[in-house]
Design a protein around this ligand. Sequence first.
Ligand code: MN
Length: 426
Amino acid sequence: MGGRLLPGRMRAGRPIEQGTAFTVVHTADLHLGSGMRVARRLGREEELNTATYDALDRLIDLCDRIDADILTLGGDLFDEPNMANPGPRLRLKRALGALEDTNVAIVRGNHDHLGEDQAGVPWPDNVTEFAGPRKTLDLGWVRVHGVSYTRTHVTESLVPRYPDGDRDHFDIGLLHANVGGDTHHQPYSPCTVSDLTAKGYRMWLLGHIHKRQVLSEDPLILYPGNLQGRDVGETGDKSVEVIEVSGAGTLQHRAEPVAAVQWCHETIDVSGCDTVDDVENRVFEALRKTLADAGTLRGVVARIDLVGATAAHGALTRAPAAGATTIGDTIAELVNDDLGERNPFLLVDKVRVRTQMPIDLDDLRAAGGIHATLIGLVEAPDGRAALLDALAADGPTDRKELERLTADLWTPTLHNALARLRGGDA
Ligand SMILES: [Mn+2]
């Protein structure tokens, strides 16, 4: 790793000579300045809405702590392309300027493309943004190449516009693209792992897909995932990638967590709970454990699914009177009033009830009568088929689609039907 320069001797493009070990930190999809839709409803509004900046601070601290030689930002730094909101640009400029010994390279993506009205916030000297004819940051042995979006819908591959790598250099590609046709994300700059490999680079550092994915080890091709989850579709650890290159050019890489607030999706089994009070206790118990693992996070936002067979099922699923809240909402509010006030905090975004009445199918089957008939009908493939045929004949839904939609519903529906037949509205 190169030694740090003396204070005041800031220099753009600090060279990395062949045979020198160096460290790269890669991140993408920061979406700086975007808030969280749930913030106003759940409280802790400021922490939730500034979480992207909080994560940026953690990224800068990490780069400083490990003395990163290169920091690469792989597009979608900002949520919006134009200067309508220059606040995020001012903040990023100041944050990157603090890393005066780190070479920073930036490409723009579909969200923050370099459109026509870019102006006003110049980058500090240690920052290189690939724009116009500028495609390479030349650090001697090491070269970083990038091509920015100039509009949102880049439907052709940008890869042909990257220069070829060569054996005398350690070439790094920085690219915002959908590699391999991920159908959950827009098909921008579509390309394949073999397109990238053919360039002869040692690594490709990507942006666009919001989930960490290592597509290849040699050459190293990876998405770091986004910096900070912002809704229930972005759960789990959010990290940046730290890549250490030895003097001989061998690579080691790891994910380092940086998110300030973590989204999680928790399934809580309330089997055996007799009352809603038991259910509430079990939810608190589970969430206290989650909070105990929060480490240095500022907070956690959880989506809860209650599952299992419980005598409280009827109470949990009963429709509330007009204007009253469901029991799920009440439990969420109780958690938020308590754990939501702590540091780190835990907020529940929503409680979904997916419970069943406790029913012993074997007993009912043995007892015969209407219960046994109903069980037989649902459990026999012929019985299910007959029910689906009848439904499909009656409605606009395709028979195959109906089969898919009902696949997971048979057992809970049967349980609930049996519970009602037995008057088990606990
Ligand atoms: Mn994108």
